[in-house]
Design a protein around this ligand. Structure first.
Ligand code: ATP
Ligand code: PRP
Ligand code: MG
Length: 279
């Protein structure tokens, strides 16, 4: 039975839960449940703090898990990233009080507050900078104002928490993070199925199915606009001068592709959602 670690709370938990449900797995019915057995799929889910997931998977106690890349690296666990899951995107950055002019080079000897000392420590060490890391659990943006640090290093998404705290980003990007699937490294037959199912959910979310009719002489032009993942499906129509085309198109490009297809003479352009996919 495949043992899967999933976030029980925090920014990643809701989307992780939704993706697993879309992938056909049994979710928990009550937020107090910590372990959920899913015998139909031969898996067992362990609801854990996102920060602890890499530790459990790295130790081999659990086979795979969903967590953030930043949390995985911070943990220094031997677990490895096997796929990105395209949610929970964030950037890990240094920030300073507006106008103080602290730079990466001048962090030497200064105090940097962070909830990710493993990640920040490794980044500074690689660059030969020695700073004092002040480990905090959260809300690190307040650390400078409260006098326990000279700068902070934290997760930035919209940047509004930083702005509100009177801070500004400086220095290089420490890490581009996203939710990831991680593995203990031991090959488990169920792990491939989980990965394919989650990738199927991502494809179903990111693509639509586009159907249209086009005159044969414009087919090359039209299918160049809708190359699909492998190649578009071309079907004959009763009128031999026309063909029907079906292809997957990135959801965010839907309207631009429809406009361009119309321009090259395609008609009856129809778009439908994809419920599930196995690519
Ligand atoms: N505002 C955000 N936008 C996107 N991703 C975020 C955001 N905040 C945290 N994350 C990501 O979520 C993961 C952190 O999980 P965590 O459970 O600590 O989230 P959290 O929102 O900080 O929860 P909590 O603060 O309740 O512990 C990291 O991978 C981080 O990059
Ligand atoms: O750039 P933004 O969109 O403002 O998001 C970034 C903020 O979100 C997270 O905080 P969270 O809400 O998880 O609180 P925490 O600091 O207590 O973890 C993160 O630690 C930042 O503080
Ligand atoms: Mg947080």
């Amino acid at each position: 039975m495949l043992k899967i670690a999933v976030p029980n709370k925090g920014s990643l938990s809701e989307t992780a839960f939704q993706m697993l449900a879309e992938a056909g797995y049994q979710g928990r019915r009550d937020s107090r449940e910590l372990v959920v057995l899913d015998p139909r799929n031969d898996v067992e889910f362990f609801y854990l703090r996102p920060r602890d997931i890499a530790t459990y998977v790295g130790s081999g106690a659990l086979d795979v898990g969903i967590t953030g890349r930043d949390l995985l690296l911070d943990s220094e666990s031997p677990a490895t990233e096997t796929a990105t899951l395209d949610f929970g995107e964030s950037t890990f950055r240094f920030a300073r009080p507006k106008g103080t002019g602290i730079e990466l080079e001048t962090l030497e000897g200064k105090r940097v507050a962070t909830s990710y000392p493993g990640l920040v420590g490794a980044f500074l060490k690689e660059r030969g900078i020695t700073a004092t890391l002040v480990r905090l659990d959260g809300a690190v943006e307040s650390a400078v104002r409260l006098g326990v640090a000279d700068a902070v290093a934290d997760v930035v998404s919209t940047g509004s928490t930083l702005r509100t705290a009177g801070l500004e980003i400086f220095g290089p990007v420490i890490l581009e993070s996203t939710a990831v699937l991680i593995s203990s490294g031991t090959e488990h037959p169920g792990a491939g199925t989980l990965l394919r199912r989650l990738q199927g959910v991502l494809v179903a979310r990111q693509y639509v199915l586009m159907d249209y009719d086009v005159r044969v002489e414009h087919l090359d032009e039209a299918s160049a606009l809708t190359p699909g993942i492998e190649s578009p499906t071309i079907s004959p129509l009763h009128d031999p001068e026309w063909v029907a085309v079906r292809s997957m198109v990135p959801r965010r490009d839907t309207n631009q592709v429809m406009d361009a297809l119309y321009e090259v003479g395609a008609r009856a352009i129809l778009v439908s959602p994809i419920h599930a996919a196995r690519i």
